[in-house]
Design a protein around this ligand. Sequence first.
Ligand SMILES: Cc1cc2nc3c(=O)[nH]c(=O)nc-3n(C[C@H](O)[C@H](O)[C@H](O)COP(=O)(O)O)c2cc1C
Length: 215
Amino acid sequence: MPKLNLKPKSKPKPKLKLFGISASPRIAATDWIVRTGLGYAMDNWSAETRYFSVHGKKLNFCIHCDHCIKEGECIHNDAMNEVYSGFEWADAILIGTPVYQGTLSGQAKVIMDRMRAFVARKPHALRGKLGAVVADGGDRIGGQELAIRSIHDFYLINEMIPVGGGAFGANLGATFWSKDKGADGVRADEEGLKSLYRTIDRLVEVYLLIKLKRH
Ligand SMILES: Cc1cc2nc3c(=O)[nH]c(=O)nc-3n(C[C@H](O)[C@H](O)[C@H](O)COP(=O)(O)O)c2cc1C
């Protein structure tokens, strides 16, 4: 006769929905890092993930026409639709940017500016979602911190909760030194990888803290 399992069933932990964005126009370092972060979140935290790369995508500048304020949708019809859908779906966002001129890439900035339409359609739509950042530069100290801070400001302005990786290793978030060697460069950056894993761990930790407290 099969044994009865009388152990009380523990409630399954809620699973984080994580949307990763690579704001590099190339399939190289940033693409590798963000996909690696998503893979880590899936393997270690059973997270559900989605991924968007700006590589090869048409992304128009915000032209401040205020069409979104008046009509509730952006005047442009381009790859941002995929980004809007990702933000809508996700509990947490991981934006990866290469460092350009000491700060975030133009593509990352376009995405953030165009998110105005998302919030114009539904105010507070981003409230309470978590946001983390990974920045990679050709130089060891090339502007990664400023890039991260700029994206944290975007999260704050839009009522999201910026999450870093914690002191002694990841601080504001994940940082990589690619040595301008693309994916091979960041794959070899062990400290960068540690900062990525810590940032994902912290993201999940904050998510669970909030989620389990709410219910
Ligand atoms: C226009 C431009 C500006 C850059 N400026 C910087 C910089 O200020 N600091 C830095 O560390 N690296 C800089 N880099 C190098 C890239 O950040 C670095 O190679 C990065 O890892 C590229 O990411 P990707 O392989 O995902 O495109 C710059 C690269 C470009 C194309």
